[in-house]
Each structure stands twice: as structure tokens, then as C-alpha cells.
Write a protein of this length. Structure first.
Length: 197
């Protein structure tokens, strides 16, 4: 696994400082995401697993250059692959960003699994934070790798989180196969990883 120290990360990229409280699920892992946005000015961003939109709100508030922010999630009443994720399905997906005209929500019975690459635009920044099962992260990774623009960034959340071992397993397998292209930022809250396309 390639690891970049958080301190070095913020020497290379722009500041990740934000005003207001940290998003519940992302905590301090929001800061590298905001830093990527401030450094590379993505126009199209996709978040798989937008939940209530707390992370989306932080990114959007700090990124006037973003033109489109697509949030993907499950419809209420859907069934998650991992039983403990059942309680994460938001009653109102994206509610924190509902008034931002740049946001488009895609809510499906099986979330991202109901999508194919043709359903999504080419993206500059993709955050994978939806179905945390091995199969779910694999599906989202393959999808993201098709639609990411050259030079764009794919981020994964929850590497090393013992509650969701499938994320770690998949990223480790990809790194062994592909030569450590996915890098972990440490320390963080729940293991934010990234790869440049
Ligand atoms: C940990 S929460 C995401 C938190 C959010 N990214 C944030 O930072 O505020 C996981 C989300 O993934 C969603 N989810 C689970 N399976 C999914 C799937 N197959 N496709 C899309 N979203 C999914 C859940 O409903 C939940 O909203």
C-alpha cells in the first residue's frame, strides 16, 4: 500500500480547511477532498453514496468551479448488501444540497448497481462511498474507472475500517495487481484513498 502522510499531502495540494462543522461520515477526511477540488478545479463530480449530502455541501460550498455534482444513492425502502448499512439509507437523499442547482440526484432501488457507464457523464472527481461490500466497491470502482476523465481523481472512503473489510480487501488486491496506484492518506478518520486516472 502506498501511503502519503497527511502533512506532506497538504504541502503538495491546496488547503483543505473548511468553515463550520465536519461532515458526520467524512470527518477530517473531507479536507483532502476539498484540497483536491481547490487544486484541480473539477467541473463534474460524482459521489456514490451521497447520503444526506453533508460531504457534498462542504465540497460545493468551497468549489464555485464545480458545474455539476451528481449524487447517487438508494431509494428509501431499498435493501443494502451489508445489513449494518441499512440504517444509513437517507430518508431524504441529498437534503443538505437540495437548493444547489448544480446537484443532480440519481436514486435507484439498487443504487449505483442499476447504472451503467452510459448513464453518467465523464467526471473529474469521483468519490466512492456507497455499498461497502467487496462486490459493491468492485462494481463502483469498475464503473468509476470507465467514466473518469484522464487526469481525474477517484477516491475511496473506509480503507482500513474493520467494519467494512471488503473495501480494504479490494484496494489491496488492486494495488498488488497494478503496482500500488491507489494511495492512502494517513492519518485520517476512516481511510481516504485516491488514485489519479
Ligand atoms: C457512509 S454513507 C455515505 C456518506 C456520505 N458519502 C457522506 O460523506 O456524507 C453510505 C451511503 O451509501 C448508500 N448506499 C448503499 N448502497 C448503495 C448503492 N448500491 N448505491 C449507491 N449508494 C448506496 C447508503 O444509502 C448511504 O447513503
Amino acid at each position: 500500500m502506498s501511503i502519503i502522510a497527511r502533512e506532506l499531502f497538504f504541502q503538495i495540494f491546496e488547503s483543505g480547511e473548511i468553515e463550520g462543522k465536519l461532515p458526520f461520515f467524512m470527518g477530517i477526511d473531507i479536507q483532502p477532498l476539498v484540497a483536491f477540488s481547490r487544486t484541480f478545479h473539477p467541473k463534474t463530480v460524482i459521489e456514490i453514496g451521497i447520503q444526506r449530502g453533508e460531504t457534498a455541501k462542504c465540497i460545493l460550498e468551497n468549489s464555485p468551479w464545480i458545474e455539476k455534482y451528481i449524487g447517487i444513492d438508494l431509494l428509501p425502502g431499498a435493501r443494502t448488501s451489508l445489513p449494518f448499512q441499512q440504517g444509513e439509507i437517507p430518508a431524504i437523499a441529498g437534503e443538505y444540497v437540495k437548493n444547489d442547482p448544480r446537484v443532480e440526484l440519481i436514486l435507484k432501488p439498487n443504487g449505483s448497481r442499476d447504472l451503467s457507464p452510459e448513464d453518467l457523464p465523464a467526471a473529474d472527481l469521483i468519490l466512492i462511498d456507497g455499498d461497502h461490500s467487496y462486490e459493491g466497491v468492485l462494481f463502483d470502482t469498475l464503473l468509476a474507472r470507465i467514466i473518469i476523465r484522464k487526469g481525474g481523481i477517484i477516491c475511496w472512503h473506509d480503507y482500513g475500517n474493520s467494519h467494512v473489510p471488503g473495501v480494504t480487501k479490494l484496494i489491496n488486491e488492486l494495488n498488488i495487481k497494478e503496482g500500488n496506484r491507489i494511495c492512502l492518506i494517513q492519518p485520517g478518520l476512516f481511510g481516504l484513498c485516491f488514485q489519479f486516472a
